[in-house]
Design a protein around this ligand. Structure first.
Ligand SMILES: O=C(O)CCC(=O)C(=O)O
Length: 209
Protein backbone atom coordinates (compact mmCIF):
# COMPACT_ATOMS: atom_id res chain seq x y z
CA UNK A 1 0.00 0.00 0.00
CA UNK A 2 1.48 3.39 -0.91
CA UNK A 3 1.20 6.72 0.91
CA UNK A 4 -1.69 7.84 -1.34
CA UNK A 5 -3.79 4.83 -0.35
CA UNK A 6 -3.21 5.62 3.30
CA UNK A 7 -3.59 9.36 3.43
CA UNK A 8 -5.30 10.96 0.43
CA UNK A 9 -5.87 11.04 -3.29
CA UNK A 10 -3.04 10.71 -5.75
CA UNK A 11 -3.67 13.30 -8.46
CA UNK A 12 -0.53 12.89 -10.54
CA UNK A 13 2.26 10.38 -9.99
CA UNK A 14 3.99 11.82 -6.90
CA UNK A 15 1.28 14.33 -5.95
CA UNK A 16 -1.05 13.61 -3.05
CA UNK A 17 -3.64 15.99 -1.62
CA UNK A 18 -5.55 15.52 1.63
CA UNK A 19 -8.33 17.89 2.79
CA UNK A 20 -8.94 18.95 6.41
CA UNK A 21 -5.44 18.11 7.60
CA UNK A 22 -5.72 20.67 10.41
CA UNK A 23 -8.65 22.10 12.39
CA UNK A 24 -10.07 25.63 12.02
CA UNK A 25 -8.60 26.57 15.43
CA UNK A 26 -5.16 25.34 14.36
CA UNK A 27 -5.50 27.29 11.12
CA UNK A 28 -6.29 30.52 13.03
CA UNK A 29 -3.30 30.00 15.35
CA UNK A 30 -0.93 29.26 12.45
CA UNK A 31 -2.07 32.36 10.53
CA UNK A 32 -1.42 34.52 13.63
CA UNK A 33 2.06 33.02 14.01
CA UNK A 34 2.87 33.51 10.31
CA UNK A 35 1.76 37.16 10.45
CA UNK A 36 3.96 37.70 13.51
CA UNK A 37 7.01 36.05 11.94
CA UNK A 38 8.53 39.10 10.17
CA UNK A 39 7.49 38.30 6.59
CA UNK A 40 9.29 40.26 3.84
CA UNK A 41 8.68 40.53 0.06
CA UNK A 42 10.09 37.54 -1.84
CA UNK A 43 13.18 38.50 -3.86
CA UNK A 44 14.58 36.73 -6.90
CA UNK A 45 17.82 38.33 -8.11
CA UNK A 46 16.79 41.95 -8.93
CA UNK A 47 13.07 41.24 -8.88
CA UNK A 48 10.69 41.64 -5.92
CA UNK A 49 7.50 39.57 -5.75
CA UNK A 50 4.15 40.62 -4.27
CA UNK A 51 4.01 37.64 -1.94
CA UNK A 52 5.62 37.86 1.50
CA UNK A 53 7.84 35.07 2.80
CA UNK A 54 9.96 33.94 5.74
CA UNK A 55 12.26 30.87 5.73
CA UNK A 56 13.81 28.73 8.44
CA UNK A 57 16.45 26.01 8.45
CA UNK A 58 18.70 25.31 5.50
CA UNK A 59 17.54 27.35 2.58
CA UNK A 60 18.44 28.35 -0.94
CA UNK A 61 19.36 32.00 -1.36
CA UNK A 62 18.00 33.21 -4.70
CA UNK A 63 20.17 36.33 -4.57
CA UNK A 64 23.57 34.58 -4.22
CA UNK A 65 22.45 31.24 -5.71
CA UNK A 66 23.88 29.43 -2.66
CA UNK A 67 22.66 27.21 0.12
CA UNK A 68 22.46 29.05 3.45
CA UNK A 69 22.15 27.95 7.04
CA UNK A 70 19.17 29.96 8.23
CA UNK A 71 17.37 30.59 11.51
CA UNK A 72 16.33 27.37 13.28
CA UNK A 73 12.76 26.18 12.76
CA UNK A 74 10.69 27.80 15.57
CA UNK A 75 8.98 25.61 18.20
CA UNK A 76 5.47 26.53 17.06
CA UNK A 77 6.11 24.69 13.78
CA UNK A 78 7.43 21.46 15.31
CA UNK A 79 4.08 19.67 15.72
CA UNK A 80 2.98 20.49 12.18
CA UNK A 81 6.38 19.54 10.79
CA UNK A 82 6.11 16.10 12.44
CA UNK A 83 2.63 15.54 10.99
CA UNK A 84 3.68 16.82 7.54
CA UNK A 85 6.65 14.43 7.61
CA UNK A 86 4.37 11.48 8.52
CA UNK A 87 2.06 12.47 5.67
CA UNK A 88 5.04 12.46 3.26
CA UNK A 89 6.46 9.20 4.69
CA UNK A 90 9.65 10.95 5.87
CA UNK A 91 11.38 11.39 9.24
CA UNK A 92 10.62 14.89 10.62
CA UNK A 93 14.34 15.75 10.66
CA UNK A 94 14.43 15.43 6.85
CA UNK A 95 12.14 18.45 6.42
CA UNK A 96 15.06 20.82 6.96
CA UNK A 97 13.54 23.84 5.26
CA UNK A 98 10.32 25.65 6.11
CA UNK A 99 8.91 28.57 4.13
CA UNK A 100 6.01 30.70 5.31
CA UNK A 101 4.16 32.62 2.60
CA UNK A 102 1.37 35.19 2.63
CA UNK A 103 -0.36 36.02 -0.65
CA UNK A 104 -2.34 39.23 -0.23
CA UNK A 105 -4.96 40.04 -2.90
CA UNK A 106 -3.18 40.42 -6.26
CA UNK A 107 -0.26 38.18 -5.29
CA UNK A 108 0.47 34.77 -6.81
CA UNK A 109 3.46 32.70 -7.86
CA UNK A 110 4.79 32.24 -11.39
CA UNK A 111 5.46 28.98 -13.18
CA UNK A 112 8.40 27.15 -11.65
CA UNK A 113 9.79 23.88 -10.38
CA UNK A 114 11.34 24.09 -6.92
CA UNK A 115 15.15 24.30 -6.85
CA UNK A 116 16.95 21.01 -7.55
CA UNK A 117 18.66 21.36 -4.14
CA UNK A 118 15.32 20.40 -2.60
CA UNK A 119 13.71 16.95 -2.56
CA UNK A 120 10.15 16.43 -1.35
CA UNK A 121 7.86 19.46 -1.09
CA UNK A 122 4.95 19.40 1.39
CA UNK A 123 2.52 22.34 1.48
CA UNK A 124 -0.20 23.26 3.99
CA UNK A 125 -2.81 25.78 2.78
CA UNK A 126 -4.52 28.38 5.01
CA UNK A 127 -7.05 31.13 4.33
CA UNK A 128 -8.49 31.56 0.83
CA UNK A 129 -8.72 28.56 -1.50
CA UNK A 130 -6.46 28.65 -4.56
CA UNK A 131 -5.99 26.68 -7.75
CA UNK A 132 -2.54 25.13 -8.01
CA UNK A 133 -1.92 25.02 -11.76
CA UNK A 134 0.38 22.29 -13.02
CA UNK A 135 1.84 21.91 -16.50
CA UNK A 136 4.27 19.60 -18.24
CA UNK A 137 5.83 20.14 -21.63
CA UNK A 138 5.48 17.00 -23.73
CA UNK A 139 6.98 17.27 -27.22
CA UNK A 140 6.40 21.02 -27.40
CA UNK A 141 2.81 20.95 -26.06
CA UNK A 142 1.78 21.68 -22.47
CA UNK A 143 -0.32 19.14 -20.67
CA UNK A 144 -2.19 21.02 -17.90
CA UNK A 145 -3.86 20.10 -14.67
CA UNK A 146 -5.45 22.27 -11.94
CA UNK A 147 -5.77 21.21 -8.33
CA UNK A 148 -7.94 23.10 -5.82
CA UNK A 149 -5.96 23.81 -2.66
CA UNK A 150 -8.69 24.11 -0.04
CA UNK A 151 -7.88 25.82 3.27
CA UNK A 152 -6.49 23.36 5.85
CA UNK A 153 -5.47 20.85 3.16
CA UNK A 154 -1.98 19.42 2.68
CA UNK A 155 -0.24 18.32 -0.51
CA UNK A 156 2.92 16.43 -1.36
CA UNK A 157 4.99 16.96 -4.49
CA UNK A 158 7.47 14.16 -5.10
CA UNK A 159 8.62 11.95 -7.98
CA UNK A 160 7.13 12.84 -11.36
CA UNK A 161 4.96 15.72 -10.09
CA UNK A 162 8.03 17.27 -8.46
CA UNK A 163 10.62 16.58 -11.18
CA UNK A 164 8.69 17.00 -14.43
CA UNK A 165 5.73 19.29 -13.73
CA UNK A 166 5.90 23.05 -13.18
CA UNK A 167 3.39 24.69 -10.88
CA UNK A 168 2.01 28.19 -10.32
CA UNK A 169 -0.81 30.06 -8.55
CA UNK A 170 -2.59 32.93 -10.33
CA UNK A 171 -3.26 36.30 -8.65
CA UNK A 172 -5.52 35.72 -5.66
CA UNK A 173 -8.66 37.71 -4.80
CA UNK A 174 -8.38 37.11 -1.03
CA UNK A 175 -5.51 36.43 1.33
CA UNK A 176 -3.99 32.96 1.40
CA UNK A 177 -1.16 31.72 3.61
CA UNK A 178 0.93 28.60 3.07
CA UNK A 179 3.53 26.65 5.01
CA UNK A 180 5.92 24.75 2.74
CA UNK A 181 8.25 22.09 4.15
CA UNK A 182 11.11 20.80 1.98
CA UNK A 183 13.67 18.03 2.28
CA UNK A 184 17.06 18.19 0.56
CA UNK A 185 18.03 16.30 -2.60
CA UNK A 186 21.51 14.73 -2.86
CA UNK A 187 22.69 17.95 -4.57
CA UNK A 188 21.17 19.97 -1.72
CA UNK A 189 22.89 17.83 0.92
CA UNK A 190 26.26 18.37 -0.83
CA UNK A 191 25.60 22.14 -1.07
CA UNK A 192 24.67 22.23 2.61
CA UNK A 193 27.86 20.36 3.53
CA UNK A 194 29.78 22.96 1.52
CA UNK A 195 28.01 25.79 3.36
CA UNK A 196 28.80 24.19 6.75
CA UNK A 197 32.51 23.80 5.87
CA UNK A 198 32.64 27.42 4.62
CA UNK A 199 30.97 28.57 7.85
CA UNK A 200 33.38 26.64 10.08
CA UNK A 201 36.45 27.91 8.19
CA UNK A 202 35.18 31.52 8.53
CA UNK A 203 34.75 30.89 12.28
CA UNK A 204 38.33 29.54 12.50
CA UNK A 205 39.76 32.60 10.73
CA UNK A 206 37.75 34.82 13.08
CA UNK A 207 39.02 32.93 16.13
CA UNK A 208 42.64 33.57 15.14
CA UNK A 209 42.30 37.35 15.18
O1 LIG B 1 1.88 28.47 -1.65
C1 LIG B 1 2.02 27.33 -2.09
O2 LIG B 1 1.37 26.35 -1.71
C2 LIG B 1 3.04 27.10 -3.21
C3 LIG B 1 4.38 27.69 -2.89
C4 LIG B 1 5.40 27.43 -3.96
O3 LIG B 1 5.13 26.87 -5.01
C5 LIG B 1 6.78 27.90 -3.75
O4 LIG B 1 7.03 28.68 -2.82
O5 LIG B 1 7.67 27.48 -4.52
Amino acid sequence: MNTADLFGSQLLPGMILTPDFISVDQEIGLIESIDASGLTPFRFRGWQGKRLTMSYGSSFDFVSGRMLIGEPVPHWLNGLRGRAADFAGLPAKDLVHVQLTRYDPGAGINWHRDRPQYGHVVGVSLGAAAALRLRRNIEGKFKRFDVLLAPRSIYLLSGDARQHWEHSIGSLAATRWSITFRSLSLAGKAALQHALVAMSSTATVGDQR
